[in-house]
Design a protein around this ligand. Structure first.
Ligand SMILES: [Cu+2]
Length: 656
């Protein structure tokens, strides 16, 4: 049996024993709400497997307008479970659990004033109405600003199994007190006709399914990875899988076995925050700007892949656990998926003189999870490659967050997707946190760009171009912008190890050159998430600086916490325990084809060894051997296939 290590996800037994201790304290009142238990990693790192672990969670007493951050220790080989501290937290600011959201939704749709407003729109069965409580940060009405609040988007379904996000009830905005579950205000901006076309997307709605040929991925000898508890090795890579309430999947201690040496690359990597602002002044849309991780939490939003597996082949799943809003341990069966994928060509050359072809197919190990954030579905796929590269791919799908629109009107800040339905332009920003450990804990961030050689004696033909490297010396310089036209990229260097050319060993960080924020200075969107203005941030590691928008961004004072506040310390970064924060963003100018369900969009980034190795580290990948031949077989070839010898040295086919 594998003994739990410090980085393993919090277990149901740990959640249960800690929640029991919290419940025995009378200050939490009759109907406490819980949020966000996770292991305190900075304290846990020094522990031995099997020891009790430090944890932190939030508990709220909605009747007393009070909340606490509770710390404690789970039981283990060395201790009984215990609580160690109760620190008051501003009761407005803890994230909203799915259970709290459901309480609000039920209370709202049973509210007489909402029913009355629905009746004005011809909706008399409120059981078919959904009210989604949305975070209100920055838009709290002044006279209600000390309450824990939410505002609601309102949706109508034609039947129980209708797409719940296809028929917006336009013009209606309830403001809801999350503690008392009352609608404290109801804005009605006027009746607009409902969507007149179905938004259903399930098989058969729009005609019969097309035919597709079967496709199977078979690994007859099983997968190429080895798993021990939450520790994984694959090819030369090793890492441990973690999972937190706030971030979902976490990768710990990612290292690369280079001969006899296990060389560290990343100490920790996770999606730290997601920010989604809508860029439309419509009264039901302008408040839409969400910190989906800090205001809700990726952990509980993680989809069980039992409900619909999105991986193909030999898959290893990991369950994930979280505390629900009532303080009970919940398990997401198959929350994390890990599998190997064929990924086209690793390297190839044909010697045209001799006709010899050398080709190696690329393989990657993919560790992924999907979070369903109300209407949207986000997949997060970390890939490790045989050439030492690490990639994050974010996959966006699900249902657009739409608004109603008047007859004959044209959407000024969006696109029409169905009759009486428009989808506002919006953005999705993903803030990734990586605690780097390139060949050890001390690293350096270097920005690289291309520049023409201005010295004419050195550049007589005008074509000489330098790559200019600039060390980012301290945090005041560590808010960086991309510029693809100057080939901007970054290097994360070891300050302790050099390669055979005397250069620091390093990894290159390549980020997509995406749009940034357009909202005006001083706007809520601009002040709430200042980190989206740049593509890359860096800080010196501090265990208390965990989340880019701050510990509790829900109803927080705008822009006062998080990375822009931390960086004012201007700590030196050269040789620091470096934390880098790439911000990748999608500017989503919607297409009609994104409706009624959105085909996958992708965004992500790549880290690749850059002087980390002395040469291509994947020269030892053998030619692939496949039983299946990849050319479209002619009838003759099909007949002859059984007689075709495998070419010497395994010259199996590799198409691309
Ligand atoms: Cu979008």
């Amino acid at each position: 049996m594998t003994i739990r290590t410090w980085s393993d996800p919090v277990t149901p037994a740990e959640i249960t024993e800690i929640a029991a201790l919290v419940r025995s304290d009378e200050r939490i009142g009759e109907r406490p709400r819980f949020w966000g238990i996770a292991v305190e990693e900075s304290l846990a790192r020094a522990l031995s497997p099997g020891q009790g672990r430090p944890v932190r969670l939030v508990v709220m007493n909605p009747d007393a307008h009070a909340a606490w951050e509770v710390t404690g220790w789970t039981s283990g080989s060395d201790r009984e479970a215990s609580l160690s501290g109760w620190s008051p937290v501003d009761a407005k600011r803890p994230g909203v659990s799915s259970d709290e959201a459901r309480m609000v939704a039920v209370a709202a749709r049973n509210s007489p004033i909402l029913k009355e407003a629905l009746a004005r729109r011809g909706i008399h069965d409120s059981s078919l109405v959904w009210v989604d409580p949305e975070s209100i940060t920055g838009f709290e009405p002044e006279d209600l600003a000390d309450r824990r609040l939410s505002w609601g988007t309102v949706w109508h379904r034609e039947s129980e199994d209708d797409n719940g996000y296809a028929r917006p009830v336009a013009g209606l905005v309830p403001i809801i007190d999350l503690e008392t579950l009352e609608i404290v205000r109801l804005e009605d901006h006027g009746v607009i006709p409902m969507a007149s076309e179905t938004g259903n997307y399930r098989s058969g709605t729009w005609g019969p399914d097309r035919e597709v040929a079967p496709l199977e991925i078979i690994q007859p000898e099983g997968p190429g990875f080895h798993v021990d508890g939450h520790s994984v090795t694959w090819q030369n890579w090793s890492f441990r899988i973690g999972f937190t309430h706030r971030e979902g999947l976490v990768l710990h201690d990612v290292g690369y076995q280079d001969g006899e040496t296990l060389r560290p690359v990343l100490r920790r990597a996770a999606i730290n925050e997601m920010y989604v602002p809508y860029l439309d002044a419509d009264p039901t849309a302008y408040r839409k700007n969400f910190f989906d991780w800090g205001e809700y939490g990726a952990g509980p939003l993680t989809a069980s892949l039992e409900l619909g597996c999105d991986c193909l082949g030999e898959i290893r799943y990991f369950d994930a656990h979280y505390i629900d809003g009532y303080g009970d341990a919940k398990t997401i069966v198959n929350g994390i998926c890990m599998h190997e994928e064929d990924d086209s060509i690793l390297w190839k050359h044909v010697n045209t003189r001799t006709g010899e072809a050398d080709v190696r197919r690329q393989r990657r190990l993919v560790i992924s999870f999907f979070a369903t954030v109300a209407n949207y579905d986000y997949g997060f796929y970390w890939s490790l490659y045989q050439d030492g590269a690490i990639e994050l791919e974010v996959k966006l799908t699900g249902i657009l967050s739409v608004s109603g629109i008047e007859d004959g009107a044209e959407p000024a800040y969006g696109r029409m997707v169905a009759p009486h339905v428009q989808a506002p332009t919006h953005q999705h920003y993903f803030a990734i946190r990586m605690d780097t450990a390139i060949d050890g804990p001390r690293n350096r961030l270097v920005e690289v760009h291309a520049e023409v050689e201005e010295d004419e004696t050195l550049n007589p033909f005008g074509n000489a171009v330098r790559m200019v490297s600039t060390t980012i010396g301290s945090e005041s310089e560590a808010a960086r912008s991309n510029d693809a036209s100057r080939a901007v990229h970054w290097r994360i260097e070891s300050t302790e190890r050099t390669n055979r050319y005397g250069d620091p060993t390093s990894f290159r960080l390549v980020l997509p050159n995406t749009t940034r924020l357009f909202a005006k200075p001083g706007s809520v969107v601009e002040r709430k998430a200042p980190f989206i203005a740049k593509h890359l941030w860096a800080t010196a590691y501090d265990p208390s600086e965990r989340f880019i928008a701050g510990e509790y961004p829900n109803q927080a004072p705008l822009g006062e916490e998080g990375i822009t506040a931390w960086q004012q310390a201007d700590r030196p970064l050269d040789g620091a325990e470096l934390v880098v924060w790439p911000i990748v963003g999608v500017h989503h100018y919607v297409r009609p084809e994104d409706w009624p369900i959105m085909p996958l969009q992708r965004i992500g980034f790549r880290m690749e060894p850059d002087g980390f190795f002395d040469r291509n580290p994947a020269l030892d990948v053998p030619p692939s051997v496949s039983k299946a031949h990849c050319h479209a077989p002619t009838a003759d070839a099909r007949a002859a296939r059984t007689e075709l010898p495998m070419a010497g040295g395994g010259h199996a086919c590799a198409c691309h």
